[in-house]
Design a protein around this ligand. Sequence first.
Ligand code: ADP
Length: 510
Amino acid sequence: MAGKRHLTRGLRFRLTAGYALLFALLLVGIAALFRERLAYSLDSEAHAILEQEWAAMKGYLRIERAPVKGRAALHAPPVWHYVWEFDKNDPDEDFIVERLRRVYLLTDAAGSVMEVSTIYQSIGIDPPREIEAALRSGQPVWKVRRSSHGTPYLIRGGVVYAAAGDEGHHHPFYVAEGRAMEENEKILKSYTWIYAGLIPFSLLCGCILGWLLTGRALLPVTEVARAAQTISGSNLSLRIPTRAAGDELDYLIETFNSMIERLESSFQQIRQFSTDVSHELRTPITAIRGQLEVALFTAKTVEQYRDAVLNSLQDIERLSQIVRALLLLSQAESGQLALQKARLDLTSVVRDIVEQFQIPAEGARVELSADLPPECPAEMDRVQIERMLSNLLSNAMKFTPAGGRVHVALRRLPEAVEIEVEDTGCGIPEEHIPHIFERFYRVPAQTTCTNPEPGLGLGLSFVAWIAKAHGGVIRVDSVPGEGSRFTVSLPAAAAEPAPVEPDTIPTLLG
Ligand code: ADP
């Protein structure tokens, strides 16, 4: 069904999308950070170089008063101006100064330009008020200006005191030195372009990789789902194979398998129960049918009809007993049969039941005795306790031959009360003991048992449920040929009984 599901709702899509988003944010973040760092270091480098150039220029700056050439008429007094004087005959100085004067501005204290290079002119001469402000503050001035061609220039301006002319005085001058930042800008631009191209490419690769990886990681989930789809009520024996990776998926598979195992055992129990019930119901129905057919075709006298009807009635009675017991058990199992607990004296409850069994015991020539404390206060459901005792006693009587003994004991212990029903009957072989509390379980015909009348196999299931519902336990000790002892241990009178969940009653679940 995976194909039918909307792609964008799938776990694979969502994981890949989340991964891609995170990856994109990370890439953009890293790119921005690197660009910032690169811009900063290029900028610092440019500042450092310009600072050095400015310092060098300061060292070479020698301002002289010189007459303006070719401006005045012959014999007219010369017009003076200040110029950067340097030794043109010194090739080193000439080279350095010429280099420094490429992007260069020299003004006097009033901001009037004394010397300016062509490039500096193209980027714009600083306005006099900026120069005056710089002269006033004495602080270095940094700015970036663009030429008419758009080339950026970093400018370092500042005050220089120089002896001008022959007067020997030091005058303040404003000197600005510039440096083209074109290269730096190119480097930053190419970095940005490379990254702008790389980010979508790496993102695409990341998405493809993420898609493949999540697909691979989620493959077992699809396999589990496929295997789960093949499991139905009729093939619950199927298990999903684990991948021996010991990861979360293996844990999920194991949990799933153990759930299927529990389901299988419940299904098995239900199937077994239906088989048992149909078997139990079929026997009396077949008998009734046989008796009625025989009566219909062969009976001649009223007596013969009467016998057939009587026998059928007995079987019908057995049928309704089974149905009643089953109904009661299913009520108990589904939690509909709530205990009606009340304060009672267990001694008198046990005594009453034992008395009810005295006459049948005498009839069966079985000695029935009881050992009871004077009183035993308890908080229990009287009807259920009586039902439990009756079941245990009727079993004891049923499986004890004439001349045998049945003994009932009630004991008050510090934490519990114990009801014990002991007989000297045929006993139960050890291998059958774990099963006798299962529904419809009857120990197969034994040599030690003198053919007791067939029971329903439901009595002990009910006994176990009653004991459990009161928060107690039941124990069986039996030696074939010697007898059996059933001991029910119930919490002491005032103790709160543990709540009984239907699925914690093993005997009822079979
Ligand atoms: P039933 O109606 O057959 O007595 P129960 O559930 O009461 O059903 O008992 C289950 C089986 O346990 C009996 O069929 C019998 O084989 C065995 N059993 C129970 N109580 C005794 C006992 N006191 N002595 C010997 N066998 C017993």
